[in-house]
Write a protein that binds this ligand. Structure first.
Ligand SMILES: Nc1ncnc2c1ncn2[C@@H]1O[C@H](COP(=O)(O)OP(=O)(O)OP(=O)(O)O)[C@@H](O)[C@H]1O
Length: 253
């Protein structure tokens, strides 16, 4: 039997290209062989961690720490600039919610396409499309073009597709923040149920939820893993650091 972890990140780094002027992007295409017209903005420097099958790992970190970027790399949405990574099994990526949806197509049509992209066969899509509609629970809107949807409705459809994707690995980025309370509870229940058999990697600013769900928490800071381990300890250390920073910023000794 293989002992390969389900998720493996080795020396992963990501630099975005920052252009000072609008024209610089065109200049880069035309004259990029001779001169560089952008600056590298390194968001992730050297990220190393593994996640074993069946683990539930939460990711915390301040705004802009690179959490979404890391998840996007693992889901194949963006490429790392350096390093290696692997994810074993079928992934359900609940992130960048709905960014792949076509606003001209209905919720049902987007759900069918989304489920197929996540690996379901046509027969499997036929079998679960009504369940997806029921999970999303947006009533007649499911038959309307998605350009008429609110953010919360888009999130509902995106989450519903992932809930029926028969995934081995759930990768979740702040998916719950745009839903209303009832939907949030439904998603939390689904995630807790999924956690019994699947692997979860989840970014959230809801530290209490992460601490209750996860068996490990990873704290991302300055492009590296600052701490990973027991949820209660990592969350406490993270909170302490945030409080210290707040105190310093407000000038209180
Ligand atoms: N396409 C891009 N081009 C340039 N910079 C980018 C791009 N995408 C993200 N960034 C920058 O990378 C940094 C990390 O962004 P990211 O969204 O990964 O952070 P985050 O930890 O998920 O933040 P938050 O908690 O606010 O969601 C930010 O400074 C952001 O501005």
């Amino acid at each position: 039997m293989s002992s390969e972890p389900t998720i493996r990140c080795a020396g992963v780094g990501k630099a975005f290209q920052l252009y000072a002027h609008q024209n610089d992007q065109l200049k880069q295409i035309l004259f990029g062989l001779w001169k560089k017209f952008y600056k590298d903005k390194w968001v992730l420097h050297d990220v190393n961690f593994t996640v074993e099958r069946g683990e539930r790992v939460g990711i915390v970190g301040r705004n802009g720490a690179g959490k979404t970027t890391l998840l996007q790399i693992l889901c194949g949405i963006t490429q790392p600039t350096k390093g290696d990574f692997s994810v074993g099994g079928r992934i359900a990526p609940i992130l960048a919610l709905g960014s792949g949806f076509d606003g001209l197509l209905t919720g049902r049509e987007n759900a069918r396409i989304g489920a197929a992209i996540l690996g379901l066969s046509r027969k499997e899509v036929d079998a679960c499309i009504e369940d997806i509609a029921a999970f999303a629970d947006i009533g007649p809107f499911f038959e309307q073009p998605m350009r008429t949807y609110s953010m919360g409705m888009i999130a509902r459809v995106a989450f519903a597709i992932c809930a029926y994707a028969k995934a081995d690995v759930l990768i979740v980025d702040e998916a719950l923040s745009v839903g209303d309370e009832i939907f949030q509870r439904k998603c939390e229940k689904y995630i807790a149920e999924f956690a019994k058999t699947g692997t979860i990697l989840m970014v959230s600013h809801d530290l209490n939820f992460l601490a209750s769900l996860c068996n490990r928490v990873l704290w991302l800071e300055d492009g590296v893993v600052r701490e990973i381990g027991d949820p209660a300890k990592v969350v406490a250390d993270y909170r302490k650091a945030m409080r210290a920073e707040e105190t310093q910023a407000s000038g209180v000794a």
